[in-house]
Design a protein around this ligand. Structure first.
Ligand code: IPD
Ligand code: CA
Ligand code: CA
Length: 264
């Protein structure tokens, strides 16, 4: 298994699909369906996922799928593709950047490839296990900022699950007072890619799904960053909570997170 070659093929597919859905949206417009509370899907999300599943099934036929829109649901014995056909659908509907295609490959439960194509900026982020992280073929690295007071922090506001809103607001409050600023860009995959590229120093959000974070997680790690769940453990792909940092501010960031979320 040559991860580098597979990653290259996935990156090409993500970029082609990004260009194709831009064209498709222009020609066909959007048909928006409501999936859940404040949770939308368009026919373009479904079209994107169909193209991705077709392409990925040729790259690695034995792999199974965890795909947001459920185009395929069969699981592989060792390999699974984790696909978000458009991350940032609300932005996409409103013609607001960023929005991205996010694809990860998991091998025996561990992410080994991550590809994020941010469509508006034509930026292709990718990484494979032990191969480093890249943006449009240039190596990327997390930021050198060592102090939260000088950090730019990205987050996703709770929008449908408000169970932990009070704890979330405690952390929001803390970073509002103790960092250089907070941003809400509306695409968790892009948030993670930006941490990897050193644009944001850290990111946090709860209630994210595997397809929101799997690709971004390996890109951040291969760029030298450090990721965890809110307890400082490794359950950030399926555990619905993630902090991603440049590594240098990890301990302080985790301490603030634990304090706000009461280690629940
Ligand atoms: C959403 C985006 C958003 C995050 C949400 C996700 P979607 O993904 O990543 O930034 O805050 O939690 O669900 O629905 O646009 O694929
Ligand atoms: Ca998503
Ligand atoms: Ca999506």
């Amino acid at each position: 298994m040559n991860l580098e070659n597979i990653c290259e093929a996935v990156a090409r597919l993500a970029k082609e699909t990004g260009k194709e859905i831009k064209r498709y949206k222009k020609e066909n417009g959007l048909k928006v369906e409501v999936k859940g509370r404040h949770d939308f899907v368009t026919q373009v999300d479904k079209y994107s996922e169909k193209l991705l599943v077709e392409g990925l099934s040729q790259i690695l036929p034995e792999a199974g799928y965890i795909a947001e829109e459920g185009t395929r649901t069969d699981r592989g014995e060792h390999f699974n593709w984790v696909i978000d056909p458009i991350d940032g659908t609300t932005n996409f509907i409103h013609d607001v950047p960023p929005h991205a295609i996010s694809i990860a490959l998991m091998q025996d439960g561990k992410v080994v490839i991550g590809v994020i194509y941010e469509i508006c900026g034509d930026e292709l982020f990718y990484a494979y296990k032990d191969g480093g992280a890249y943006l449009n073929d240039e190596h990327i690295h997390v930021s050198p900022v060592a102090d939260i007071s000088q950090s730019l922090i990205s987050t996703g506001f709770p929008y449908s699950n408000f169970d932990r809103l009070d704890d979330y607001m405690k952390l929001f409050n803390h970073f509002t007072k103790n960092s250089s600023g907070l941003r809400r860009h509306g695409s968790a995959a892009t948030d993670l890619a930006y941490v990897a590229a050193g644009r944001f120093d850290a990111f946090f959000e709860y209630d994210l799904k595997p397809y929101d974070v799997a690709a971004g997680a390996i890109i951040v790690q291969e760029a030298g960053g450090r990721i965890a769940d809110f307890k400082g453990k490794d359950d950030y792909i399926f555990g619905k909570e993630i902090i991603a940092t440049n590594g240098l501010i990890y301990e302080d960031f985790l301490e603030a997170t634990k304090k706000a979320f009461g280690n629940k």
